[in-house]
Design a protein around this ligand. Structure first.
Ligand SMILES: C[S@@+](CC[C@H](N)C(=O)[O-])C[C@H]1O[C@@H](n2cnc3c(N)ncnc32)[C@H](O)[C@@H]1O
Length: 275
C-alpha cells in the first residue's frame, strides 16, 4: 500500500451509536432516522407512558399553531429555531412560508445528524438556512456568520425553543441563556417555549425524565411555575403559560380532559416590548 494511503486508513466502525435526543424523538414521531440504541430508549418511554405518541404529535401541532400565529398574526418575517430536530413533514420553514413565502428561517441544532438532514432538505430553499450551534453557548451562536447574514437583527425575530429547554440542566442556567438570547433580539420579537413538566408527585413524569437522563444523558423536567419564570420581563400572549392543548386550540384537537398525557408539557409565547 502506498504510504499516503496507509496513513489515511481508518478502521470501519460497526459500533452502534449511543442514543441521542433527536433520534429518540424521531422514533416517537414515527420517523425512520433512528438506530437500535435510540429505539431501546424510546421503547422504555412507551412502556412507562403508552400515550407518549399523542404527546409528541401535540408538540408538533402546537409548534405549527405558534408558527402560524407568529407569521400570520404577529407579522414576523424571521424565525430562529434552536433545537430544530429531525422531523420530515410540517417543518417550521414549510409552515411559515405557506403563510408568507418570504419568511426567513434559521435552524440551529448541535446534532450532526440533524444538521446533515436539514442541509439536504433545504438545498433549494434560499430563505432557509441551517447552522451548527449550541443553546448553551448563546454568544457563539449569535456570532455565527451564516446566522447573522441570514437574519436582520434590526427587525423582529421569532425565537423558537420547542422541546429543547428541558435538555438544559439547572446548573447550566437556562434562564441566563435565554436572557442572553432575548437581549440580542430587537423589541417586537417573540419567544416560544415548549417544555416538559414534572410536578413533584407525578410518577410517570419522573420515570420518563429518569429514562431520558440515563438514555440520552440529560433531561430536566420543570414545574409550570418554573416554565413561566422563563418569560419574566416579557409580555405573555394570551392565554399565557398553559398545557399544549390549551394554547390556541384547534377544533377537534386532543383535549387535556380526555388525554392526561397532555399534562406533561407547557407552552408559552411572549413578546419583547421596549425596555
Ligand atoms: C426533542 S427534539 C425537538 C425538535 C423540534 N424542535 C420539535 O419540537 O419538534 C430536541 C432537539 O434539540 C436538539 N438539542 C438538544 N440540546 C441542544 C443544545 N444544547 N443546543 C442545540 N440543540 C440542542 C436535539 O439535537 C434535538 O434535535
Amino acid at each position: 500500500m502506498p504510504e499516503a494511503q496507509a496513513n489515511d486508513w481508518q478502521p470501519v466502525s460497526f459500533e452502534t451509536p449511543s442514543p441521542n435526543i433527536a433520534r429518540v424523538y424521531d422514533y416517537l414521531l414515527g420517523g425512520k432516522d433512528n438506530y437500535a440504541a435510540d429505539r431501546a430508549v424510546a421503547q422504555q418511554i412507551e412502556q412507562t407512558l403508552p400515550e407518549v405518541h399523542l404527546g409528541v404529535k401535540a408538540q408538533r401541532a402546537v409548534l405549527r399553531r405558534v408558527v402560524r400565529h407568529l407569521v400570520g398574526e404577529a407579522g414576523l418575517r424571521q424565525l430562529l429555531d434552536i433545537g430544530s430536530g429531525l422531523p420530515t413533514a410540517d417543518n417550521v420553514h414549510q409552515i411559515a412560508q405557506a403563510v408568507e413565502p418570504a419568511t426567513r428561517v434559521v435552524y440551529v441544532d448541535n446534532d450532526p445528524v440533524v444538521l446533515a438532514h436539514a442541509r439536504a432538505l433545504l438545498a433549494d430553499n434560499p430563505e432557509t438556512t441551517v447552522v451548527a450551534g449550541d443553546l448553551r453557548e448563546p454568544g457563539a451562536l449569535l456570532a455565527d456568520e451564516a446566522l447573522r447574514k441570514h437574519l436582520d437583527f434590526e427587525q423582529p425575530i421569532g425565537l423558537l425553543l420547542c422541546g429543547i429547554l428541558h435538555y438544559v440542566l439547572d446548573e447550566e442556567e437556562p434562564a441566563r441563556l435565554l436572557r442572553e438570547l432575548v437581549d440580542a433580539l430587537p423589541s417586537g420579537s417573540y419567544v416560544f417555549v415548549h417544555h416538559l413538566l414534572a410536578a413533584g408527585d407525578d410518577r410517570e413524569a419522573a420515570a420518563t425524565e429518569a429514562i431520558l437522563r440515563k438514555g440520552v444523558g440529560r433531561a430536566q423536567f420543570r414545574t409550570a411555575e418554573q416554565v413561566a419564570a422563563f418569560f419574566e420581563g416579557l409580555e405573555l400572549v394570551d392565554p399565557g403559560v398553559v398545557t399544549v392543548s390549551e394554547w390556541h386550540p384547534e377544533e377537534g384537537g386532543p383535549r387535556l380532559e380526555e388525554n392526561p398525557v397532555l399534562r406533561l408539557a407547557a407552552v408559552g409565547v411572549a413578546r419583547k416590548g421596549r425596555r
